[in-house]
Design a protein around this ligand. Structure first.
Ligand code: DQA
Length: 144
């Protein structure tokens, strides 16, 4: 089983970006924990981060030929990007949407996600654990 772990804009700043909201784990920490849990669950992980919407769309298209599903934190594109939603629907691979913060307890504009309605599942508010819980859900969804 192969899974793509996709991070959207500004997530490479993790660890120093608003630590009171996003915690002190770096993106490398998140990636290492996801890769380690995936190995335990029998899955392989490919990691991608971009600050650019079009690059994320291109990656989803290209990776869809070699992965079974996507674990994605779309960052701010969650709240703005019909293109990301269309890409994820278009490649016909299940995906789980994750967020470090509780997006429903913050500004009103963060409560709407273009992706949630077409996701296999959504996990938010648990910091790094959101990724690990989301990974477990995705692997189960994929039959692992
Ligand atoms: C985020 C929440 C988004 O609203 C925000 O734009 C991010 C991070 C999260 O992981 O909590 O960049 O996706």
């Amino acid at each position: 089983m192969k899974i793509a772990l996709v991070h959207g804009p500004n997530l490479r700043l993790l660890g120093r970006r608003e630590p009171e909201v996003y915690g002190t784990d770096t993106l490398d920490d998140v990636n290492a924990r996801v890769v380690a849990l995936a190995a335990e669950l029998g899955a392989e992980v490919e990691v991608f981060q971009s600050n650019h919407e079009g690059e994320l769309v291109d990656f989803i298209d290209e990776a869809s030929g070699r992965v079974d599903g996507f674990l994605i934190n779309p960052g701010a594109f969650t709240h703005t990007s019909i293109a990301l939603r269309d890409a994820l629907v278009g490649v016909e691979r299940p995906f789980v949407e994750v967020h470090l913060s509780n997006t429903h307890g913050r500004e009103a504009f963060r409560r709407h996600s273009y992706l949630s309605g077409v996701a296999a599942g959504v996990v938010f508010g648990f910091g790094l654990q959101s990724y690990l819980l989301g990974l477990r859900g995705l692997v189960a969804r994929l039959g692992g």
